[in-house]
Design a protein around this ligand. Structure first.
Ligand code: SF4
Length: 369
């Protein structure tokens, strides 16, 4: 019997919204973790990361400026690798500024394959939980699951995986806070050859009491042709396999047209550089000059420069959308611009629509997940 996550069930049966908020919010994907030995299928993450304390200070200062101006610091996503397998886990957690930083945010989010050797994983979970316990943080963990091994019931994989999941089973009780645990896998073309999206969702719900999310890791790659091909493939799969009834079983932020829009300030910080994050299913951490918010002479990043960059991108996208046959008359064009999705298309010379537009919902909020 696989681990059942009560925390997830409590959350879905409650009325409290998880994500959607009408207030302005700041979300940062912070590349602070270095190293990963897991080689997950479909992964395009650059696992090497030269994190320094100066990076943490930069994020802290920028976050504080946003908060001082009344913008809610919503989610700090610690990436880009498996938190419990990162080579610099202890360095990061031991850094005195780390708890001050997480105290700024409503939620701390990270991913893990839960395949780190059991005792080491337990040590790391304990250390992180002890650090987080005093703070009123929402906590979200995306567990990366190997779909091929899962559906093949490969016990050499699942026994260790399930044993490690026991370590995090009751962390909501330990933390006395809302804890959301979701299962996630990188998209790859053969992913749904053996099982449909709906069957997979139902199986994970039954086995783990949780939801499954497709991670578009391909969107981080540099090969534009491959990105366009896989985007279309994923969009077609969703449109073919998901309908009005089953869509509520799919963890798909993209179909909520408000998610990632005007109220979100979503940024990526990596190795001393700050970027506006475009959206394709999720915020995509792209290190492209066109998206970069420059630091000033004092080496710091400022909110005004983030706003200027977003304004520049908005104008650029309106101009670009007007040149695209599919987008120029599309009702969702303002949403795609607000999400910087048109900019993503421009960066990769994508000229046709690669998103599951027929599934878009104008009254379906991510809070309903
Ligand atoms: S990308 Fe698709 S949904 Fe977005 S504006 Fe273009 S046609 Fe519309």
């Amino acid at each position: 019997m696989a681990v059942q996550f009560d925390a997830y069930r409590k959350h879905v049966s409650g009325t409290k919204p998880l994500k959607y908020t009408p207030t302005l919010e700041l979300d940062i994907i912070f590349d602070a973790l270095d190293g990963c030995e897991m080689n997950c299928p479909g992964c395009f993450v650059d696992t090497k990361n030269k994190f320094t304390v100066k990076d943490m200070q930069n994020i802290y200062d920028l976050t504080k400026e946003f908060k001082d101006q009344g913008i809610e610091a919503n989610e700090l996503f610690l990436g880009p690798t498996d938190i419990f397998d990162a080579a610099n886990f202890d360095q990061l957690v031991d850094e005195p500024l780390f708890d001050k930083l997480i105290d700024q945010y409503a939620a701390l989010t990270f991913t893990s394959t839960m395949l780190t050797p059991h005792e080491e994983l337990k040590r790391r979970v304990d250390k992180l939980m002890n650090l987080m316990a005093p703070y009123g943080k929402r906590f979200e963990l995306f567990v990366v699951i190997d779909i091929d091994k899962y559906i093949a019931n490969d016990r050499s994989y699942l026994d260790g995986f399930d044993r490690n999941l026991e370590v995090i089973k009751n962390i909501d009780i330990r933390l006395k806070k809302q804890v959301n645990i979701f299962f996630i896998a990188n998209f790859y073309p053969e992913m749904f050859d053996q099982i449909s999206i709906n069957e997979l969702n139902m199986r994970i719900k039954n086995d783990y009491g949780s939801k499954f999310k497709i991670n578009p890791s391909f969107a981080r790659a540099t090969n534009s042709r491959m990105i366009e091909k896989q985007s279309k493939m994923l969009s077609d799969l969703l449109q073919n396999q998901v309908d009005n009834t089953t869509i509520r079983n799919v963890f798909l932020n993209m179909v909520d047209i408000y998610f990632g829009g005007d109220t979100f300030h979503s940024l990526t910080y990596t190795e001393g550089r700050l970027f506006v994050a475009p959206f394709l299913y999720e915020f995509v951490p792209l290190k492209r000059n066109e998206l970069e918010v420059k630091s000033r002479e004092d080496g710091r990043f400022y909110m005004a420069d983030v706003f200027d960059k977003k304004e520049e991108l908005t104008i650029e996208q309106f101009n670009h959308a007007a040149t695209l046959t599919h987008c120029s008359n599309c009702q969702f064009q303002p949403n795609c611009i607000a999400r910087n999705h048109i900019q993503f298309m421009k960066l990769h010379n994508i000229t046709s629509c690669v998103v599951p537009k027929p599934l878009y919902r104008t009254s379906f909020k991510a809070s309903e997940y």
